[in-house]
Design a protein around this ligand. Structure first.
Ligand code: SAH
Length: 398
């Protein structure tokens, strides 16, 4: 008989969400803890009636007190982690999908049955982000398994995200396996190439979630004067130029991001004269452009997450409305606005109503001509809708 696991006993009536296979146990649902699990240790989660509902990672400092590894009676061990990694990687078409310079999210946390574990591949480098106490507990296992599971020998950790603080974890960056990565890695996106800085770049280095949408912008850009607002390393700009944009103005507040954008234009042999890179605050730059009565035929708005939590929803809504309103004012008749929110706390309906309010106040009539979202390597588990965070609308003004 295996030793009995520490047990989280739920309050009566609080078993519903686990029964629907939602993997989170909130602190308010917990009646009591039996045993003394450390952070990240595996616990049984039981209903008030004693039924074992899940085996989960315990996180004493988080409001999300436990995250389910499994809803079955099976051990949580290296074997389970290995199976989950293997099936996540297989679902992406194998570790080398996209060729030697391919880039892909191989593991997307809860959606792949590995709460708190992110693994992104950039060519010959894997970048791992461990977000939770449970993920942290299996760090060595994950580091040991990944090279064999992928054939990629270099594994770099970018666990430098704020949410770790909520889990009582420090931020950590460094090697998990193999040599440290070079300062820049070239990845392939479609038939283009892009530089990624996995040391200092945002997220694990790049915004892989927008891959398909950058390709779509390429298709929409022909002959248009394009504004790429919040351009980061210029992914949308590079695609728009390749797609035959008449001109691109790319704006970001980060000097480093713009240096990378410049390098990405060069990497793809794109004439810098069709592209202007401007450092500044998008809110101010858009107002300045409006005051000068500037006009564009395609505007991409891809701001950072304005709402990290539901409590920030209102302020975020104001931010989204402001930039969308300004963008609508800058569009020529027949112009397109590709507008995004990556705030999980802003649902699709709310985002659409914010954009609708912006169009109304801008005095334009606009239609939604396309809905966009996160790429397929960021899947949304049906029992975990929180995994969906990227909302995009392409609107055409009359
Ligand atoms: N479109 C990019 C990702 C954009 S991420 C891509 O596809 O790769 C958001 C970007 O907004 C970051 O580069 C960040 O530096 C920038 N940013 C955040 N706040 C800003 C502001 N107020 N003005 C300008 N840029 C800002």
């Amino acid at each position: 008989m295996p030793p009995r696991l520490p047990t989280l006993w739920l309050r009566r009536g609080r078993e519903r969400s686990l029964k629907r296979r939602h993997p989170w146990v909130f602190s308010g649902a917990v009646e009591r803890l039996a045993g003394e699990p450390g952070p990240g240790d595996t616990v049984d989660v039981r209903s008030a009636d004693g039924e074992v509902l899940a085996r989960a990672a315990y996180s004493p400092s988080s409001q999300i007190r436990a995250r389910a590894w499994t809803f079955r009676d099976e051990p949580v061990d290296d074997g389970l982690i290995a199976r989950r990694l293997a099936s996540a990687i297989a679902a992406r078409g194998g570790p080398t999908a996209g060729g030697p310079e391919g880039a892909c999210r191989l593991v997307y946390a809860e959606s792949d049955g590995l709460p708190g574990v992110i693994v992104d591949r950039y060519a010959d480098t894997l970048v791992v982000q461990l977000l939770t106490a449970g993920a942290e507990r299996w760090r060595e296992t994950i580091a040991d398994l990944l090279p064999a599971a992928t054939g990629v020998q270099r594994v770099w950790e970018r666990s430098d995200v704020e949410v770790r603080g909520l889990e009582g974890l420090e931020s950590r960056v460094g090697p998990l396996a193999g040599d440290p990565p070079p300062p820049r890695i070239a990845i392939r996106e479609g038939d283009l190439r892009l530089w990624v800085d996995v040391h200092r770049g945002h997220k694990t280095g790049a915004y892989l979630d927008q891959r398909d949408n950058r390709a779509r912008i390429r298709e929409l850009a022909a002959g248009r004067r394009v504004l790429d607002a919040f351009c980061y390393s210029g992914g949308f700009a590079v695609h728009a130029l390749t797609g035959g944009a008449a001109s691109v103005l790319a704006v970001d507040a980060s000097t480093e991001a713009l240096a990378m954008a410049r390098a990405n234009l060069e990497l793809n042999g794109l004439a810098a004269d069709r592209c202007e890179l401007t450092e500044g605050n998008v809110f101010e730059v858009l107002r300045g452009l409006r005051d000068r009565a500037a006009s564009f035929d395609l505007i991409v708005l891809d701001p950072p997450k304005f709402a990290a939590t539901a409590s920030q929803r209102q302020g975020a809504a104001r931010g989204y409305k402001d930039i969308n309103l300004l963008a609508f004012k800058l569009l020529s008749p027949g112009g397109l606005l590709a507008t995004f929110s990556c705030s999980g706390a802003i649902g699709g309906e709310l985002f659409q109503s914010i954009v609708a309010g912006a169009a109304l106040d801008a005095g334009v009539e606009a239609q939604i001509v396309e809905r966009l979202g996160q790429a397929a390597d960021h899947p949304v588990l049906l029992s975990f809708p929180e995994a969906e965070y990227l909302r995009g609308l392409v609107c055409r003004v009359g």
